[in-house]
Ligand binder design. Structure first.
Ligand SMILES: *Cc1c(COP(=O)(O)O)cnc(C)c1O
Length: 493
């Protein structure tokens, strides 16, 4: 019997006219390469115009719009008001600048549209290759396990889930309610907030994170750590995880990692390292001593999108004990069983190694970037950023009205404008005003933090486009804006 189903017109989202989408695609490519090539000639930042912001408050589109006209909207309303971490004077928070190759790789990955959760297809093998390279970079054993994630936050959380489920094998089934003695996590008071969020997410609660005091160089005090662990044991609590920082977000401080590893061993704790950006100098021979201990961690989180300059977003978590990793996440589902042959065969499913089932092909931009540049080039660039931080610190030391506010141990420089006529409170106001003017005038994009209650301007240099002259410009601008602003701020007279 012939089916009665008839369709007046069978629709698809592919273009009817491939020639015009091809022309438009080439236009986009040219525009974006122009954009990256001239990134440094534009202001460091531009406030999104009222028109652009207003254009993002429209009703859900009902009718179709020409592809070229959609692109025009992007070009006029979105592109000009980027957060601009592609700019040579972007040093805000800790963000990498991406590369043309990374951009192109994302286009290829998106074109393939691979879902990298399971199956016998090449994207799976590319990610396995990238994880293998990560282990090599960080000195992890080849039997270790790992997965790419959107960022350091998810990498840290993923590690904490593994730590918790491995520490007590009943938690997956029975939940934390089944655990008699409360689990406690330790880290320095400089530990990144995403690790604290992770501690909340895994059900431990942030009251059960012990913020261990730091020394004058912002490194965890290990005697205080041991004392805290002993006190918790005496109180009937259960120490279960120590978080070490390889590069704190405020100042780039590196905790004594080997010592932390030994303490974790002595107390039967999981040893996790947050190395979001600060683990990357592990590739430099001159950091072997300072970063010794990374290879001893039970788990390590680090970003590719920060100090390896890969385009947003991509990070990695490595887990020493591959069984602990898969046992933390593997679920049985009839529709996900690996087969012997066909598309449903292939390597171990990534969906068994994290929370996500559907996953994009983030691995491609990492694989292509690492091949394009080679480790030699990355060593040169990471060193360059560290030298630039030293250069900036020296410029600051030479200026009477600038103060270096923390030891520069990596690529982060914290400083402020200061005069003897102002109180700390006033200086906080002055420096905040300086920062906002630096941004508004499009001069440079450092960010800020508080160190011991003092507002500091903070340059985190993970930028392969910065040149020494860019730091000269920053320092000159801070001094000149400071000289301008300081006389106007005198609240405690
Ligand atoms: C940036 C950062 C994170 C978070 O990483 P995302 O990639 O932004 O999620 C965690 N820890 C440190 C030390 C960081 O600098």
């Amino acid at each position: 019997m012939k089916t009665e189903i008839m369709l007046s017109e069978e629709a698809t989202l592919d273009p009817q006219d491939w020639t015009s989408i091809r022309t438009l695609g080439h236009q986009m490519l040219d525009d974006m390469l122009d954009y990256l090539q001239s990134a440094g000639q534009l202001p460091a930042w531009k406030k999104p115009s009222a028109y652009a912001v207003g254009s993002m408050n429209q009703p859900l589109p009902e009718q179709s719009q020409e592809a070229a006209s959609v692109y025009e909207d992007f070009f006029n309303q979105v592109l000009p008001f980027n957060n601009n971490n592609v700019h040579p004077r972007f040093w805000a928070w800790v963000q990498g600048g991406g590369t043309p190759m990374g951009m192109l790789a994302d286009m290829l990955a998106s074109g393939m549209n691979s879902n990298v959760s399971l199956g016998d297809h090449m994207a799976m093998y590319v990610e396995k290759q990238v994880i293998g390279w990560a282990k090599e970079m960080m000195g992890f054993p080849s039997e270790a396990s790992g997965i790419l994630l959107s960022g350091g936050s998810l990498a840290n959380i993923t590690a904490l889930v593994v730590a918790r489920n491995h520490f007590n094998k009943t938690i997956r089934a029975k939940g934390l309610q089944s655990v008699q003695s409360q689990l406690i996590v330790y880290g320095s008071s400089e530990t990144h907030n995403c690790a604290i969020k992770g501690i909340e997410v895994i059900g431990i609660g942030n009251d059960n994170f012990r913020r261990i005091p730091i020394d004058e160089n912002y490194r965890i005090k290990t005697d205080e750590l041991k004392a805290a662990i002993e006190a918790d044991i005496a109180a009937g609590l259960t120490p279960f995880c120590i978080i070490g920082n390889a590069g704190t977000v405020n100042t780039g401080a590196i905790d004594p990692l080997t010592e932390l590893s030994a303490i974790a061993k002595a107390y039967g704790c999981w040893f996790h390292i947050d190395g979001a950006f600060g683990a990357i100098p592990k590739i430099l021979p001159e950091f072997q001593q300072q970063l010794a201990g990374i290879e001893l961690a039970d788990s390590l989180a680090f970003d590719y999108h920060k100090w390896l300059y890969v385009n947003y977003e991509v990070a990695c978590v490595l887990i020493r004990d591959a069984d602990a990793h898969r046992n933390a996440f593997t679920v049985q589902a009839n529709y996900l069983v690996t087969h012997e042959r066909g598309l449903s065969a292939g390597p171990e499913a990534f969906s068994n190694l994290g929370m996500e089932l559907s996953r994009g092909f983030k691995a491609l931009k990492v694989w292509m970037s690492l091949k394009e540049n080679g480790m030699q080039k990355y060593r040169q660039l990471v060193r360059q950023n560290i030298r630039q931080a030293e250069y900036l610190a020296n410029l600051i030391r030479l200026e009477d009205n600038l103060q270096l506010m923390a030891e520069v141990s990596l690529n982060i420089v914290c400083f402020r404008y200061a005069t003897s006529q102002h109180t700390d409170d006033e200086l906080n106001h002055i420096n905040k005003e300086i920062l906002m003017r630096l941004h508004e005038e499009g001069i440079a994009l450092p960010s800020y933090t508080l160190l011991n209650g003092k507002y500091v301007i903070r340059a985190a240099i993970t930028n392969h486009r910065s040149r020494l002259a860019d730091f000269d410009a920053l320092v000159n601008a801070v001094v000149s804006i400071g000289n301008d602003v300081a006389p106007t701020i005198k609240i405690n007279d």
